[in-house]
Design a protein around this ligand. Structure first.
Ligand code: PEP
Ligand code: MN
Length: 267
């Protein structure tokens, strides 16, 4: 990609500052009790954001599809109670305005990276509010395809985009996806976008999450996405990869020490 095609306006969130933002929360918003207990844990850890899916892009229609707008109500209420910003995925162009009215950040999932009409709509809907768009990499997309697609959002009016690496489909089966840690320095070299690393979806198993998170901090990420659930064994989606509340709190303490080595703080 030539430099002319890369958007060079600085986004609002995180890029090359001394902060690493944590987007933590359950895979799916399931009940108010479930979501509140995660929110309480995140707030106690001194962090600022909670994530959770209300509209879930599941591989099969027979899996839990999310609570829909009722999930967004739960999310908004927990965000207010625990003073946390909220992040959720938008899967359908028809939902953009509605989702935008509930949350502080909008996520585009790996399965929609090349859904250009959705990207344009999200750019338009967030053009005034400038709410952050967390833009995940397609699981089979090159970095240059991913950067090019990000421009559908920026030219529609919102430059507050954070790129999110979340692992690629490769021949390897030991992990759910293969995390491309090189995406962090490459995106930093080729654009001014901040980079988040989702360490839960590539891991697919909770015991791998701490290593991927520490490696991402060392690689210079601007944010991390980490799935956490009060009772992962009973989770309605992605149970095996979600950390328990105590594992999450412990990991955040370790990450704080590692981040400090690089002169950064975890927020
Ligand atoms: C998610 O973050 O909940 C999610 C579905 O992620 P991805 O789009 O990376 O699979
Ligand atoms: Mn998930």
């Amino acid at each position: 990609m030539s430099n002319e095609t890369i958007n060079t306006s600085l986004p609002d969130l995180g890029t090359r500052t001394d902060e690493i933002t944590i987007f933590a929360g359950p895979c799916s918003i399931e009940t108010a009790e479930q979501f509140d207990s995660v929110a309480e844990c995140i707030a106690k850890a001194g962090l600022g954001w909670i994530r959770g899916g209300a509209f879930k892009p599941r591989t099969t229609p027979h899996s839990f599809q999310g609570l829909g707008e009722a999930g967004l109500e739960i999310m908004r209420s927990a965000g207010k109670t625990y003073n946390l910003k909220t992040l959720t995925e938008v899967v359908d162009s028809a939902h953009c305005e509605m989702v935008h009215s509930y949350v502080d950040g909008l996520q585009i999932g790996t399965r929609n990276m090349a859904n250009f009409s959705l990207l344009k709509n999200i750019g338009l809907v967030t053009a005034e509010s400038h709410k952050m768009v967390l833009f995940k990499r397609g699981m089979a997309a090159t970095i240059s395809e991913w950067l090019a697609a990000a421009e559908y959002i920026t030219i529609s009016g919102n430059e507050n985009v954070m790129m999110c690496e979340r692992g690629l489909r490769t021949f390897e089966t030991a992990t759910r996806f293969t995390l491309d840690i090189s995406a962090v320095p490459v995106i930093h070299k080729q654009s001014l976008f901040p980079v988040c690393v989702d360490v839960s979806h590539p891991a697919g198993a909770r015991d791998l999450v701490p290593s991927l998170a520490k490696a991402s901090v060392a690689a210079g990420c601007d944010a991390l996405m980490i799935e956490v659930h009060p009772n992962p064994q009973a989770a309605l989606s992605d149970g095996p990869q979600q950390l328990t509340l105590s594992q999450f709190s412990e990991l955040i303490e370790e990450l704080r020490e590692i981040a400090a080595v690089f002169g950064k703080k975890i927020v």
